[in-house]
Design a protein. Sequence first.
Length: 767
Amino acid sequence: MFSSHCCTIRRTLSQQIFQQLCHFWQEFRDQDEENIVLLDETLLKPYLAILQEDFKVDTNGNKNRFLLLCTSEFQVLLGGVAINQGLFYQVTILVNTEAIALLLDRLISSLENQGLLKAKIAKIQESSSPAVRNLQSQFFCQLFNFLELASTGNLKDKINFLEPEIAVLTQQQIRKQNILEQVAQQIENNLDELIIIEETLQKVQNLLDVDRLLIYQVNFPITCALDELTVVEKVDLVTYEVLRNKEIPSILYFQDETCFSQLNPCRQKYLEGFKYLVEDREKDPLISPCLKQLMQKLKIKAKMVVPILVDHNLWGFLIAHHCFNPRIWQQTEVNYLTQIAEYLSLAITQSQSYKKLEIQKQELEKKINQHNQDLKYALMAAEVANQSKKQFLGAISHELLTPLTCVIGLSGTLIHWSTNKNNAHLSVEKQQEYLQKIHDNGQKLMNLINDLLDFSQVEAGKTLLNLQYFSLQHLCAFIFHQLQNEAKQHDLQLKFDFQVSPDLDQFYADQNRLQQILFHLLDNGIKFTPAGGIVMLRVWRENQYVIFQIEDNGIGISDHQLPLLFTKFQQLEQTRTRTHSGTGLGLALVKQLVELHQGIIEVESTVGKGSMFTVRIPQTLTGNTVDQEILNPAIITAENSFPISQQPSIVIISDDEENTTLICELLTSANYKVIWLMDGSTILDSITLLEPSVIIIDESITDFHDLAFDLKYIKSNQKYHFILIAIANSILTKKALAQYPFNQFFSKPISPTEFIEKIRILIPNST
C-alpha cells in the first residue's frame, strides 16, 4: 500500500486534455468490467468534502468532474476542478490514499438501495484472482503512454510530473511489467527452462532488492552409486540461487531434512495457493522452533515463500530472503512474486512437454530405425527365399524330368517293338527290365508328388495323425527291405540294429508318417555316403520314447550349414554344381512330421566323417490327434477274423475305371475273387448274395453318402471289413472317416505292396 503523501499528482491541463483523460478512465474500465468499477461524481458528490484537503479548491462547481477507478489491487481518483470559465482544469490524481478509502467506506454504507453495485464493489475488494494481479502495472503503463501522446516531451518528462517517490514507484511498475513480458517472450521462443529461470531470478532479485532469491525444488532426481548399482533418489534441495553480493552466504544444493520435509499438511496448503511470510525471525510468534533454528543457521532474518505449481502438483518454491535486517513484505511484492512463479510454472511445463516430446521423438526414431532394419532383413530374407525357390524349381524340374524322360522313353520303346511289323521283338528279359525301370521311375514321381502334397498340408496345419498300434520291428524291416537294393546299387552296406525287446515292440503312433521319416533319413544317408560306406539304423526304447538313430560315414555337414539343414527349399549344394539329386523338401518335411508327433530330431555331423540323425518319438500323444474309434482300429488277429472260403471274395464299389482296374488286377493276381460293382443302389442285395470278406468303396462313386449310410446298417448286422479309397486329407475324406464305419483307408494313388499286405492282414487265412 502507498502512503498518502506519495500518491498525489497535481497539474493544470486544458479542457481537451482533461476530457481525454476522463475518457481514458472509462476505456480502462471497459477492458475488464468484471474486475473494475468506475464511479463518477453523481455518486461521489455527497462525500467530496472528504477530499477538500487533497484538492485545495472548491468542489461545488457544476463543471467539476470526479472519476474513481476501483480494483482489488488499487484505487485511483481523477478529479478536475474547472478554472478560467472552464477552459482549463486543476487536475488531481490520487492513488490508494486514506481519503479514498474513507470515501469508499462512506459510499458503500449508503448504497443500500443499490445492492448490485454494493455487491460488485465488495467482490472486487475481496478478489485475489491471478488474472487481476497486474492491473496496477497495466494502468500506469497506459497512463504514461497517454501522457506521452498528450505532450511534446518524452516519457521521462511525464514521470517527472509526479512526486519523486511516485516516480520511483512508477518506474518500478514498468520494470516489473517488462520482466514479465521478457519471460513471456522467452517462453514463446521455447528457450530452455534453465536459461529462463536463471535470467528471471537475476532480474527479480535486483528489482525487489532482496539479499537472496532461490528456488527450492521438491522430489529432485539425483543419481548415486550404491553397491556397484546406479540408484535414482528423489530429494528436496535448492537448485537455483541469486545473491545480492559475495557477503551473502550461498545455500545452493542445501537439503532440508528436519523441518520442511516433515510438514506434509503444510505442503497441501501450498497446493491451495498459500504463501508463507516471515518479516522478523525474532518477533514472529508463529514460527516453529525448528524453522527458527534453521533460519538462524542459514542467516535468514526475513523470508517470503511462494509455491510453484506444475500440472496441479507442487514442483517447488520461489523464496526471497533478507539476511541481516527485518523486512516488511508489501502485498504488491507478494503478488508480483506470485506472478513470477506462475510464469516460471508455464516455462517448466513447456520445457517438460518439450522433453517428453523429444523422448517420444527419439523412441519413434528408434522404432522407425528398427522397422527399417526389420524391413531390410525382411527384404534380404525375401531375396534369399526367392533364390531358394529358384533353386527349388530348378531342382524339382530336374527331379521330375529325369524319371519322366525314362518313363516316356522306355514306354515308347515298348510300344514301338510291340507294333513292329518286321517281327523283331524284344526279349522277355528286356521287357521286364524296361517295365521295372518304368515302375521304379513312376514310384519316384509318386513319392516326389506325395512329398510336395504332404509338406503343403503339414505346413498349413491341415494334417492329422492316423494313430494306431503297430510293430516297430515290422516297420523297420519293411523300410530296410525297401532300401536294400538302392544301397547295393551305391555299393553301400545297410545295417540294422534293433534293440527293442518283444514285449515293447508294439508302439502307438502314425505308422505311415514314421515310415516317411525313416525312409527320408535313410535315403539321405545313402545319397551322401560314398561307395564302400556304411549306413546304420538303430532302434531302442527309453521309457515312453522310441529312438530312431540313422548314422552314416558320408561327406558330413559343415557347422555353418547345420542351421539351414531343415529349411524348406534349401539344398546345401548349389543347383549348378550339385552332384546329388533332391528337391530340398525331404528334411524339412521330416522335421515337421517329427514335431507333429511332439517329438525331437537332433543332428551331429563332421565334415568328411559322416552324420548322425537322432529322432525321439513319445509313446503317449496329446494335442493334434483325432477320434481314436475312427482312425485307430483294433489290431486284427486270427481269433477275431471271420469265416471265409478257400478263395475269399472281395467286393469293389467304384466308377473310377483306371484305379479300379489296377486294384482288380492286384487282387486277382493274389488269388482273391473280386466282384466289381459300379452301381451302389443294389449293394444290400449283392452283399447278401455274395457274402464278401472285404468291401472296398471308392469315394468318387455316385451317391457315396447314401451308400455309406447303408454300411452302418450292414455292419450292425454282419461282420464285414470296409475299406475307403479317397484323396488324402480332403474335407470329404475326413467327414467320411468321422461318420462311417471304415476299418482301413487308402489314399490315391494306392501303393500296391502296402495294399496287398493290408488285405492279407484283414483276411489272414487266405492262400
